[in-house]
Design a binder for this molecule. Structure first.
Ligand code: MG
Length: 162
């Protein structure tokens, strides 16, 4: 059995636009503000996509979904994540599990945690765990200027590249 591990990191600052929804792990939080970004700025989906691409040596999401490309303006990042899983599948890889730490001074992750795990697990077709952490008031994250997501992902060779 061949396994590969990948890590992902993403960070987005909060948007100045109060009408922007906050989307984390494919779940819309009503207690936003939203995050600034070219797509829907789903920092969790982006971090997982990068971990998966890194695990199999397929680059990163900036390569595949550049923010200079109007096709991805306002994009649903869960669709991008599903596309990454499809790319892994075509290359003969499947996801074993994914673990994420979301560092956010606000909003609280816990009330939405199960919904995030469910949506993300469906997208990657494997168990995904999400942990919410606070930055203890340290630096820009501690001043609630944005949200970070750190991800570990394990993949296994499930077949030959198609
Ligand atoms: Mg991003």
């Amino acid at each position: 059995m061949t396994f590969r591990v990948g890590n992902g990191f993403d960070i987005h600052r909060f948007s100045d636009d109060p009408s922007r929804p906050l989307v984390l792990g494919g779940v819309v939080f009503q207690d936003g503000p939203g995050l600034h970004g070219h797509s829907d700025a789903d920092v969790v989906a982006h971090s997982i996509a990068d971990a998966l691409l890194g695990a199999v040596g397929l680059g990163d999401i900036g390569m595949h979904f550049p923010d200079t490309d109007d096709r991805w303006r306002g994009a649903d990042s869960m669709a991008l994540l599903a596309e990454v899983v499809r790319m892994l599948d075509a290359d003969g890889w499947s996801v074993v599990n994914v673990d994420c730490s979301v560092v956010a001074e606000r909003p609280a992750i816990a009330p939405h945690r199960q919904a995030m795990c469910d949506r993300l697990s469906e997208a990657v077709r494997a168990p995904v765990s999400v942990k919410g952490r606070r930055a203890e008031g340290i630096g820009g994250l501690g001043r609630a200027e944005g949200i970070v997501c750190l991800t570990s992902a394990l993949v296994e060779r499930s077949g030959s590249p198609s």
